[in-house]
Design a binder for this molecule. Structure first.
Ligand code: ADP
Ligand code: MG
Length: 244
């Protein structure tokens, strides 16, 4: 038991340290960005190109800091009854314009799903799904369909993000959740670390299936705290809820 407590402590202090460093680096970066903008106003074409590179690299540093800060956040204290279907709807609404601009259809498939609630944090779950959908959009350069599927499985809810992208090689599959692993020139490699963290915070599990050239499915199973069921009484169908 003692070992476990120690480990937890050191994890917390690493998170705390990461957060402080991220904060400290933000200020000097803001002034760098300011001077890059200033130089852009008055320089030749060659230098304009250098400054664009500096700009996009600064942008990438900014993303790394934002994601590191998000990752190092301690687990939210308030966990409420959360409708996973509402989370999915909000994510689709948010990501649809970007998906459509890339010729991608983003849709929900909830055919075999009846309403359930999980004990969780709405915003963290939303952030988790946004990261998965973003990754899916980024690997579907020729357009296609991304499906977020909701199913009832083994007494819990399963959320799958299914893409028609290029799929994953065996080596990519091995390193997928390693912090800072990325195959993108502007990636941070922290998106899936966040996904994994949020899943673990909700006592869920995640698994990945992929075939090269066909696509990838990220499947997340979450325990449920409240479930709807229907009862037929004479001519009436009555909605009832069962707690867990
Ligand atoms: P980032 O998106 O910044 O690269 P992530 O942690 O979100 O970081 O993803 C890490 C890597 O995993 C990506 O660079 C990509 O190579 C791979 N990956 C993630 N999602 C998918 C997907 N849906 N299809 C194919 N590869 C993926
Ligand atoms: Mg990503």
């Amino acid at each position: 038991l003692k070992k476990q407590v120690d480990q937890q402590d050191s994890l917390n202090s690493i998170g705390h340290m990461a957060a402080s460093i991220a904060h400290e680096i933000r200020n000097p970066m803001t002034s760098l960005k300011g001077f890059v903008d200033l130089l852009k106003l008055n320089c030749n074409d060659d230098h304009q190109n250098y400054l664009s590179v500096m700009d996009s690299e600064l942008q990438r540093m900014e993303s790394i800091l934002t994601e590191l800060l998000y990752l190092s956040k301690p687990k939210e204290r308030s966990y409420d009854e959360t409708s996973i279907k509402l989370v999915v709807n909000e994510v689709i609404e948010l990501m649809l314009p970007h998906a459509m601009s890339q010729n991608i259809l983003l849709k929900m498939d909830d055919c075999d799903y009846y309403p359930m609630y999980i004990r969780g944090n709405h915003n963290r779950l939303k952030q988790m799904l946004i990261n998965l959908v973003k990754n899916a959009i980024e690997v579907m350069c020729n357009g296609g369909v991304i499906t977020i599927k909701l199913e009832n499985r083994n007494g819990g809810v399963e959320v799958s993000v299914i893409d028609e992208g290029r799929g994953l090689t065996d080596t990519e599959m091995d390193q997928l959740f390693t912090p800072f692993f990325t195959t993108k020139s502007t990636g941070t490699g922290l998106g899936l670390s966040l996904v994994k963290k949020v899943v673990e915070e909700h006592n869920g599990t995640i698994n990945v299936e992929s075939s090269v050239g066909l696509g990838t499915t990220f499947r997340i199973a979450l325990p449920v705290c409240k479930r709807q069921f229907l009862r037929q009484d004479d001519d009436n169908v009555i909605e009832m809820w069962m707690d867990f």
